[in-house]
Design a protein around this ligand. Structure first.
Ligand code: ARG
Length: 470
């Protein structure tokens, strides 16, 4: 990049770093097509931090002088300020953020700026920037996930004794505590956390010093760079260091599983918020109206979060496909790791706090919930269990209670509306007083198995879930 040529107009123009072996310029359309600058600009801060650590190491190892390092670092700090102040002259013909920063450095401090790239390639440089960037973003997303978990645990505590029908096949199955139902999402998010931590560990590997692919003969100290930048481990194979994008794919798989969970939650909120269910009401601030139908209040935010699933899955599949069949080591295909990843990060960072806020502000309709749970057919399993306790085999008792339910359904009555004699016709033991078995709250209270829905078990669950957050 030190070489300057006279351009057609006579003014001096900086050459691209690799221009030496070329006798003419790259076609403009090719440049436009290949440039990553429009989206990798967001790596600027990471690039500058990486540059500074690299330059400090070069000088500490005597590869460049301390005075040279000081001038380069001064130039880099100025560039950082220019970028922050929006006065940096981005130049698309210099393809990406790495070459833009290097070009600007040379403009500022002359050919000395060209020493920055000693013992380095853009291949290990871009890998370093991406690792630094991922580590930062993972921390932020992790904290938003914690907030969401905390929000849900708070709701579970707020609505501690509220019952809701539990469903299978979207058919009312057995009564459960609303808290129990909601806490399910906390455990899903807990596993998401574990996956995110795994992605962090894989992002916490330092690739710089691998050169284009083979390492370098300069007496560099990779451990020193890792320490300066807060990495705990080094890549132990230079080819692996520049050709690995597993950490991106792992993050996108974490994101895909997470958004699948959030999409399920949003789907339930949408259903529960409908007139048909009427279990909850989403706050006005997190819903929108219809331009035509004045009565409408639409759960747009929940729908849109559900809808984002497609894009995030798409980014995971795009990346898996990009990497499939790529020969070692770096290939330009790998530049495609950025847009889907950045989009996913932006999407998650936007939606996680919104989802927390929407949950915090929603209200429940205790009347509608109580009415839904009042359906004592939900206690059929407990009646069957009762017969088992009096010696009937479960398969037989299931059949007997099934017949009794069919009888009630035909007559349009609830189980508790049958008298003792009527019940006794199905099995003598049913003639006893079974009213406690037909009370959803009592049924719930009895399910004290670990992880079950009894208030005592749910209390313990809340305690464990909170402990995970600390
Ligand atoms: N912009 C490139 C990327 O994002 C940087 C690495 C380019 N290296 C190369 N040898 N062309 O992947």
């Amino acid at each position: 990049m030190e070489a300057e040529t006279a351009s057609a107009g006579g003014e001096k123009k900086l050459k691209k770093p690799w221009q030496g072996r070329f006798s003419k310029d790259t076609d403009q359309a090719v440049l436009n097509f290949s440039a990553s600058l429009p989206y990798d600009r967001r790596l600027a801060d990471c690039d500058i931090r990486g540059n500074i650590a690299h330059v400090e190491m070069l000088s500490e190892k005597g590869i460049i002088s301390a005075d040279e390092a000081a001038l380069i670092i001064k130039g880099l700090v100025e560039i950082k300020q220019e970028i922050a102040a929006d006065s940096f002259p981005f130049d698309l013909s210099f393809e990406d953020i790495h070459m833009n920063i290097e070009k600007r450095l040379i403009e500022k401090i002359g050919s000395l700026g060209g020493k920055l790239h000693t013992a380095r390639s853009r291949n290990d440089q871009v890998a370093l920037d991406m690792h630094l960037y991922m580590k930062e973003e993972i921390e932020i997303i992790g904290s938003y996930l914690y907030q969401l978990q905390e929000t849900i645990i708070d709701l579970a505590e707020r609505w501690e004794n509220v019952l809701i029908p539990g469903y299978t096949h979207l058919q009312r199955a057995q009564p459960v505590l609303l808290a129990h139902h909601l806490l399910t999402y906390v455990w899903m998010l807990q596993r998401d956390h574990e996956r995110l931590n795994g992605a962090f560990e894989r992002a916490d590997l330092m690739p710089l010093g691998s050169g284009a692919l083979a390492g370098t003969g300069f007496p560099i100290d990779r451990r020193l760079v890792a320490e300066k930048l807060g990495f705990s481990k080094l890549y132990e194979n230079s080819i692996d260091a520049v050709s690995d994008r597993d950490y991106v794919i792992e993050f996108l798989s974490f994101s895909s599983i997470l958004i699948m969970h959030l999409s399920r939650l949003c789907e339930e909120l949408i259903m529960w918020n409908s007139a048909e269910f009427g279990f909850i009401e989403l706050d006005d601030a997190y819903t929108t109206g219809s331009s035509m139908m004045p009565q409408k209040k639409n759960p747009d935010l929940a729908e849109l979060i559900r809808g984002k699933t497609g894009r995030i899955y798409g980014s995971l599949f795009a990346m898996l496909t990009v990497m499939k069949g790529l020969p070692l080591a770096y290939n330009k295909d790998m530049q495609e790791d950025k847009e889907g990843l950045f989009d996913t990060i932006d999407t998650l960072k936007a939606l996680l706090p919104l989802l927390s806020a929407m949950l915090q502000t929603m209200t429940i309709d205790r009347y509608r919930l109580a009415a839904a749970v009042d359906d004592d057919y939900l206690c059929a399993t407990d009646l069957a269990d009762y017969l088992v306790r009096s010696g009937v085999a479960f398969r037989d008792s299931h059949h007997i209670i099934g017949k009794m339910i069919a009888f009630c359904r035909d007559g349009g009555i609830r189980l508790r509306e049958m008298d003792s004699e009527g019940r006794g016709r199905f099995h003598p033991a049913l003639a006893e007083d079974i009213s406690a078995l037909l009370c959803p709250a009592r049924v719930v209270e009895a399910r004290t198995s670990r992880g079950g829905t009894a208030p005592s078990a749910v209390k313990e669950q809340i305690r464990l879930a909170r402990k995970n957050l600390t």
